[in-house]
Design a protein around this ligand. Structure first.
Ligand code: ADP
Ligand code: MG
Length: 680
C-alpha cells in the first residue's frame, strides 16, 4: 500500500464511489488521509438515562419496552415511536420514516442510540438517532471522527476506509528541518495523522491538530514570503518621472483628500525608483481610487511609457474610458478601449496602434490579457476590483511588459491582517476617508408589509428628477426559490412607477443592449433601473439617490455594501432600502449592521465574524489557496508564528535551495498551483 495509490485500490471503493471522491478532489490514498474530520463525537461512555439533559448529544443503551407504529392506508409513512429504558429511566426514540425501519426493532431487544436529546412537554426524546443492535460491529466507542459530508458516501464508510489506511502511517516521514520541529515542539507527521483521525483523548487530538495547522500555515506563509521576495529582488524596474504630478492634480475640479494624498505619496516613492512597484490600493467604493490610477497613468504617459487598466466588466471598462477621456481631454493623452465585443476591424486598429506606441493608455476587460495584445513599452499595469481576478491573470498582464509597475485596486475593504495574507505579495495602501461633501447614505430596513411605501418614496424621488436602482437577486421566476426575479419585478414596477422610464438590466442581455441602457441611465433618459447584480461594480451616476435591494436576505454584507455604494455619489441625500422577506437571525443581523454603519472596514470585520474567512475568500478564484484544517482567524497566533519563521527562512535562503527544504517547496507548489512560479 502506497500513499500515491489510487483510492479505488481500497476495499469497498468501486468506480462509482471513486467518482464521488474525485468530485471532492480526493484521488489518492494520501488525499484521503488528509481529509480531516470536521468535528468529533464523544462516544466513550454511555450515559444513564436519568442523567441525560435536553439539548446535548448522548450515547445511551437500553431495552425496547414498547413500540408504536401504525401503518396508515392513506399515508406512505407514519412515525415510529419506541420507548427505551435502562435501570434508571426511560426515553422516547422517534423516527418519522417509521415504515422503513419499524421491523428492525424487537421488543426487549438491547440497542444503543447516539443523538441529540430534546424535551417534548414532560418527556425526553431522541429524534432520528444513530442506532446499533447489541453486538453490531459498527457500534464503535471512543472519540468518533465526523468527516465532511459527501453525497453517496456515509460516515461509517469513510471511517472504515480510514481504518484501512492505518498501515500507511509509517510511511509518513518528517519533512520539516529538525531544529524547527524541536523549537516548536511539533508532534511527528505520523502521530499527527493517526491522532487527528483516531484520537484517544482530547490532548492527543490537540497535539495532532497543532502540527497539521502549523504545517498548513507554515507552507502558506513560506509561499507568500517566497512570492513577495521574488517580486522585490528585481531592481530592474521602470522608474517614472513624477515631477509632472501637480500638472494633473491641478487640472482636477476638486482637491485630493488627505487620504488620497497619503496614498499618492506612498505610490510616488515606488514609481520614481527603479524598484518594481507591487501595491494594493484598498478603499471603499467612491473613495477616489480611480483618480489615483489616472494620475499614475498620466505620469507614465508623460514619461513615455504606456499603461493599461483592466476592469472586470465591459460596463465598467467603458465607464473608465469615458472618465479617462474627460480627465485627459486637455492634457493631450491618447486613451483607447479594448474589449471582446468590439468589431474585429476596430480591435485590429487598436492592437496596431498599441504596438506602434501611439496609444498611451489602454482601458479594457479580460481582452487585454489575450496573446495578441502587444505593447510597445509598458510601464504600468493596473487591475480594478482585483477580487474578481485571479493572481494568475494579474501576472499574465504584467508579463506583457518588462517588469512594469503593478497596482491593484479593490473596493473590498478587508481587514489589514487578512489583506496581508490574501495579497501577500503586495504592499498595501488604504484610502479610509470619503471626499468631503458626501452625505452618508440613509439605510432603511423594510419588509413585505411596507414595501409599497418604499416604492411610493422611490416615485417621489423620481418626480424630483432623481434616479434609482432596484436590485433583484435572480433573473427568472423560480418555483424553487421564492425570490422576486428581476423580470417579474420589472413588470410590477413599470406599473407602480408609471410616468417614469424604467428599464430592465441583467446579465443575459447582449452587450450593446446593456450599454444602451447604461448610457441612457447616465444621460438621464432612463429614471430607474431594475437589475440583477451586474451593476455591482464601479458604476458612477451621481444623480442616482435611491438603491432598493429586494430580498436582501439573499445578499451578503459585502455585496450589499457594494450595491449601496452606487448611490450617495453626488451632493444630495441618498437612501438605501433593504426589503427583507425573511426574519432569520442572520438576515436580521446583517440588516442591522447595514443600517448602523457605512464604513466598509467595519462592515468587513462584521462580515468576517458572521461568515468566517473561508466563505469570504476560501476559494482559489480569490487567489488564496484553500485551507484544509486551518482557520485564518481562529489560528491567528499560529499564523503569526508561522509567518515569522517563514520570513526568517526566506531571508536566509531566498530560493529555498537547502536540500532539507525540498519537501517544503513541493508543498508550496501543491498549495499555490499555477499562482506561483517556483523551481523545484
Ligand atoms: P472609486 O474608484 O474609489 O470607486 P472614484 O475614483 O470613481 O472612486 O471616485 C468617485 C467619484 O468621486 C468620482 O466622480 C470622482 O470624480 C469623485 N472624486 C474623487 N476624488 C474626489 C475628491 N477628492 N473630491 C471630490 N470628488 C472626488
Ligand atoms: Mg472604482
Amino acid at each position: 500500500m502506497n500513499l500515491n495509490d489510487k483510492i479505488s485500490s481500497l476495499k469497498g471503493v468501486g468506480p462509482k464511489k471513486a467518482e464521488i471522491f474525485a468530485q471532492n478532489n480526493i484521488r489518492t490514498l494520501e488525499d484521503l488521509l488528509y481529509m480531516f474530520p470536521r468535528k468529533y463525537e464523544d462516544r466513550r461512555n454511555t450515559t444513564r438515562i436519568k442523567d441525560i439533559q435536553s439539548g446535548k448529544d448522548y450515547l445511551i443503551s437500553g431495552k425496547i419496552l414498547s413500540r408504536r407504529y401504525k401503518a396508515s392506508p392513506y399515508k406512505k409513512n407514519s412515525p415510529l415511536s419506541l420507548l427505551v429504558g435502562d435501570e434508571t429511566g426511560t426515553v422516547e426514540v422517534v423516527f418519522f420514516n417509521g415504515r422503513y425501519i419499524a421491523n428492525l426493532f424487537n421488543i426487549n431487544g438491547e440497542y444503543t442510540f447516539y443523538g441529540r436529546v430534546t424535551e417534548n412537554f414532560d418527556r425526553f426524546q431522541m429524534i432520528h438517532p444513530e442506532f446499533f443492535r447489541a453486538g453490531d460491529p459498527n457500534d464503535i466507542r471512543g472519540i468518533i471522527p465526523v468527516y465532511p459530508v459527501m453525497k453517496g458516501i456515509s460516515q461509517n464508510e469513510i471511517r472504515k476506509l480510514q481504518i484501512q489506511l492505518k498501515p500507511l502511517y509509517e510511511q509518513l516521514e518528517e519533512w520539516l528541518p529538525d531544529e524547527l520541529v524541536k523549537s516548536n515542539r511539533l508532534a511527528s507527521p505520523a502521530y499527527a495523522i493517526e491522532n487527528i483521525h483516531f484520537p484517544k483523548e482530547g490532548r492527543q487530538m490537540k497535539e495532532a491538530k497543532f502540527r497539521l495547522v502549523f504545517d498548513e500555515l507554515f507552507t502558506l506563509e513560506s509561499g507568500l514570503c517566497y512570492m513577495k521576495n521574488d517580486s522585490r529582488k528585481d531592481s530592474g524596474g521602470i522608474a517614472i518621472d513624477t515631477s509632472a504630478a501637480d500638472e494633473f492634480i491641478n487640472s482636477l475640479p476638486f482637491r485630493l483628500t488627505s487620504e488620497q494624498m497619503k496614498v499618492w505619496k506612498e505610490i510616488e516613492k515606488d514609481l520614481s525608483s527603479d524598484k518594481v512597484m507591487n501595491r494594493l490600493i484598498q478603499g471603499d467604493v467612491g473613495s477616489g481610487k480611480t483618480v489615483i490610477a489616472q494620475l499614475c497613468m498620466f505620469l507614465c504617459a508623460r514619461s513615455g511609457y504606456q499603461s493599461v487598466i483592466m476592469a472586470p466588466t465591459e460596463l465598467l471598462a467603458k465607464q473608465h474610458l469615458a472618465s479617462f477621456r474627460e480627465a485627459f481631454r486637455i492634457l493631450n493623452i491618447n486613451v483607447e478601449l479594448l474589449c471582446s465585443s468590439m468589431k474585429t476591424r476596430e480591435k485590429t486598429d487598436v492592437l496596431n496602434r498599441l504596438k506602434s506606441g501611439e496609444i498611451d493608455i489602454l482601458v479594457g476587460t479580460h481582452a487585454v490579457i489575450q496573446p495578441d495584445v502587444i505593447f510597445n513599452n509598458l510601464g504600468m499595469v493596473i487591475t480594478d476590483e482585483q477580487h474578481r481576478f485571479g493572481v494568475n491573470q494579474r501576472s499574465i498582464l504584467s508579463q506583457k511588459g518588462k517588469n512594469p509597475n503593478v497596482m491593484v485596486m479593490t473596493a473590498t475593504p478587508i481587514p489589514r491582517t487578512l489583506a496581508v495574507i490574501l495579497y501577500g505579495d503586495l504592499d498595501i495602501s488604504q484610502i479610509r476617508e470619503m471626499p468631503a461633501g458626501r452625505k452618508p447614505v440613509k439605510t432603511i430596513v423594510a419588509n413585505g408589509d411596507n414595501r409599497n411605501r418604499v416604492y411610493d418614496f422611490v416615485k417621489q424621488q423620481l418626480s424630483r428628477g432623481k434616479q434609482a436602482y432596484i436590485v433583484a437577486p435572480l433573473i427568472e421566476e423560480s418555483d424553487r426559490i421564492d425570490a422576486k426575479s428581476a423580470e417579474e419585478l420589472y413588470k410590477e414596477l413599470t406599473d407602480k412607477l408609471k410616468g417614469h422610464n424604467v428599464a430592465l438590466l441583467h446579465g443575459a442581455l447582449g452587450q450593446s443592449e446593456k450599454d444602451k441602457i447604461m448610457d441612457d441611465f447616465v444621460k438621464g433618459n432612463i429614471h430607474a433601473i431594475v437589475s440583477t447584480v451586474v451593476i455591482e461594480v464601479g458604476i458612477n451616476v451621481p444623480n442616482a439617490t435611491v438603491m432598493v435591494i429586494e430580498n436582501s436576505e439573499r445578499f451578503g454584507l459585502a455585496q450589499m455594501h457594494q450595491l449601496r455604494g452606487r448611490v450617495g455619489r453626488g451632493g444630495d441625500q441618498s437612501y438605501c432600502f433593504l426589503i427583507c422577506h425573511n426574519e432569520s437571525k442572520i438576515a436580521m443581523e446583517r440588516n442591522e449592521i447595514m443600517a448602523s454603519t457605512t464604513d466598509g472596514f467595519v462592515i468587513a470585520e462584521e462580515d468576517l465574524k458572521l461568515r468566517g474567512p473561508g466563505e469570504i475568500f476560501g476559494t482559489r478564484q480569490h487567489g488564496l489557496p484553500e485551507m484544509h484544517i486551518s482557520d485564518l482567524i481562529r489560528h491567528g497566533d499560529v499564523l503569526e508564528k508561522a509567518k515569522n519563521i517563514a520570513k526568517e527562512l526566506i531571508d536566509r535562503d531566498p530560493n529555498l535551495s537547502a536540500p532539507e527544504l525540498a519537501e517544503l517547496k513541493q508543498r508550496i507548489k501543491k498549495m499555490f498551483g499555477e499562482n506561483i512560479k517556483i523551481e523545484l
